[in-house]
Design a binder for this molecule. Sequence first.
Ligand code: GCB
Length: 625
Amino acid sequence: PITGGMLYPRETMTRDIKDLGGIWQFQVDLSTWRNQSLVKEWWKRPLAENVDHVLDMPVPSSYNDITANRSIQNFVGWAWYETTFQTPKHWLDTVEGKIARRIVLRFESVRYYASVWLNGMEVMSHEGGHLPFEAEISQYLFAPPVTNRLTVAVNSTMHAHTLPPGSFSWEPNTNRYPENYFIMDPVGNFFHYCGIDRRVLLYSTPLVYIDDITVDTTYRNISGNITGVVNYNISAIGTTTQNKVYVSVIDKSQPGKAKVISSSKMVKGDIAASVEVPDAKLWWPMYMSNSPGFMYTLRVTIVDVSGIAIYDQYDLPIGIRTVRVTKTQFLINEQPFYFHGFGKHEDYDLRGKAVDPVTNLRDFYLMKWIHANSFRTSHYPYAEEIMDLADKYGIAVIDESPAVGLASKENFDPVVLQKHLKVESELIRRDKNRPGVVMWSLANEASLGHDYSTAYFKAVFQHVKALDKTRPASMVLNQHGNATFFCDVILFNVYHGWYNDRGRLETVALQMYDDMSTWYKELQRPVMITEYGAGAVAGMHLLPSFTYTEDYQVEILRENQKAFDKLKAEGYFVGEMIWNFADFKQPPLSDIVINNRKGVFTRQRDPKESAYLVKDRYVKLAQAM
Ligand code: GCB
């Protein structure tokens, strides 16, 4: 089980944040890799005293593409990061000899494994990228003017028992390979970026604090008059009979005026109640309303018994909406929703997988331009900054866990299953309150042909369903198998005219229609395509079109879309997502030039010819919503 609510740090009058981003010190330890466990003790002294020379490295960023050094680009093993900071003095004020605030160190993501020391003392470790972890650190801090030293050892070795798995081997034959030569087969076909790729934050809260909030929303519609119902569950730490909790729902267009306020006695632990929001505006995806992405603020305030002195306050953005799946439809607020969007990656020039506000906004402006209403977080959870934008703009998200490439029997080992359950717990804890998240994807293209994979997914689906009863759950498929029965919606990837019958455009529409209609016949539930497409190098043209030209990509998309129109008319086809939104970096595989070229935008986010075709189609789909 995981502990703590780990609410996303948001500043309020009782909570403050210090961002530790910037230039950190860095060095890789060329003599190690994860399988050998940690061998160096570089946390004991400043990094500069342990190595010949330290490098500078930006945080957040993947470390791979920053320097001109190939061994850092390809490095897999222990990479060391170090920074220093002073704690704001008022955080350390004491009351009766004890520090009166709770100080937390939080990492939004480190890929893949991290151990953290503060002033030479071990604070925490965490396995798994793309998800936050944190610890209270008051006891490790030096008071100013003394400077604190923060050391992080990062390791991104993937093997059969990591999630996602990778295959790792090394070549002992020193006649043919240099010493310590190893091969790590990529996790999927995206570049294996590593490092501290999201923000590192220090934040502080009062000692009496809101630990977690879970909301579940619904509404009543009486002849067009909508009353929102926000069920909430709040858990707080440190409260006594001296505390009350206020919950208010604030309409951001009228910031001074809370729509509803309810107050309850807060004794210890949890409180579950609900508030009704009169004349509520529902959260709708783009094109289903004139004000898509309408968000309220759920303000939770813990006060003293008189109701005056404020202990803690947290502002949770919420949206009021429902999601439900029938045999043929995906319903948002009881209206049929048709996904038209993309599979994406967190992948940018130089930064690798780093969270970056510039690219994030560029991507959302491009999604708006092209009239997309949805994307999938292929193949791992995306940064909370991105998820916030999706909520705000009304973009529906299929939220995927980092289970890509479960293929061999070893990958379905009980050890991996435990990791998978933990990852789902961490992901649902993080994203459970987001209206934009309309479905969970538990894996991508797992191999399903065995009893052990059926048993494995039965356990993962049960776990997810127990944690979240409000959203459909599925996984992205590229094959049939018993485990497909657990999926609420069939999400299918296939590359007709590319990975099969390459160059044969005349097969595409037929095969796509055959695949998708067969799924529906077999499982009698909504089906959608989550990946289809073709690679195109921007600027390359041939007539007749040929693989890797922009012309061929346009034709592949068009042929597939013929099938989608036919399927849509049959009433059970609920969406189409192109692989991929933008080109992204691959490992050095054959058959590609640097990047996976299936983007309708280049890696720099410029449109290919296909982007105009997609825009025409998505505009029409948007009008039909
Ligand atoms: C797939 C994978 C995706 C790849 C894509 C491709 O099926 O899900 O991760 O990038 O194909 O382009 O090969």
